[in-house]
Design a protein around this ligand. Sequence first.
Ligand code: SF4
Length: 366
Amino acid sequence: MGKNRTYHSLKGIYIHFPFCKHRCPYCKFFSLVNKEELIDKYIDALKTEIFKRSMHSRELFSTLYIGGGTPSLMKKEHIKSIVSTILTVFRTSFKEVTIELNPEHNSLNYLKDLVNMGINRLSIGAQSFFQNELNILGRLHSPQDIYKTYENARKAGFKNINIDLIFGYKGLNNSIWLKTLKKVLQLQPEHISTYGLSPRKYPEASDENTYIYQMNVAIETLQSAGYKHYEVSNFSKEGYASLHNLIYWHRDEYLGFGASAASFYLNYRFITTANMKKYLVAPERKNSIEYITEEKSLIESIYMNLRLFKPIKYVSNTLIDMGYFTPEEKGFRISTKGLPLIDYLTLEIINNIKKRRNNGLYLKVA
Ligand code: SF4
């Protein structure tokens, strides 16, 4: 299934910075701990990779996202040189430039430097506002660090701030989760991400009922405070949905640079090696290149459309009767009850589509 590209499809650039001071127990990202001596070499390799992939230089890129790892471990000179390499190699008209920041890196001068480089969105990895929960999550910052970061970010001129929170882990009780949500609302960031540790995927997760309860509390609390729930884990004030992440969810094209980074271009997905030694020697070499077949595109489209609450056709009556979908004008919208089951619901819908195709019906889904 081809994707209908529209004139308003945006293209994005992602930079991966895979270094951290400490390993958080639940983390699944590629990142090295206590390897700061490699950072200079890594930045050089990153810039080499950007230059070597200049065949994309005629594309117009609208978003840049610097994630990790812990990108705020980088000196301002590092970030500056990466951004200026991108600006040299690619055609850009950035509407959104995001950097992830850990709250222990909260100096006002550093945050001002980020603003001066053209970074206009800050994503703060707060995760919790309580010391006991931060200890469980293995985070290095304190609740006070979060407040300091937020205050200095505003002073530095950031007008678009995201705060990341985590729920569903063993040791987080429901009342502390509600208090956490209330604390984030006191700050009034433009965007809030709530990531749940699903018991199906994380050994650090609590049980399924707690996960579902905490997810529902987040939805009710943040929606009633005026945030739009525009993606399963993301809430924003009007006009502040993450443009870069929407590129992923809309299956638009993006280039990823850095060890383990993924790119999606002309229906191919490329992944760079997650082996640091190999990356430093040949950063442009891809570890895997996969053509996204029609079948896989269909699965991805349905999965993403469910995440974005888009109306879906061809939902079986069984799923509707079970309360996982509610009818809408253009199809069926996933219900709150269906949200924890997106993987399963995607497969059920695909099976339903296949059954109809086998019965001679041609279905165009997305
Ligand atoms: S700081 Fe972020 S990337 Fe690093 S280990 Fe913790 S969760 Fe993972």
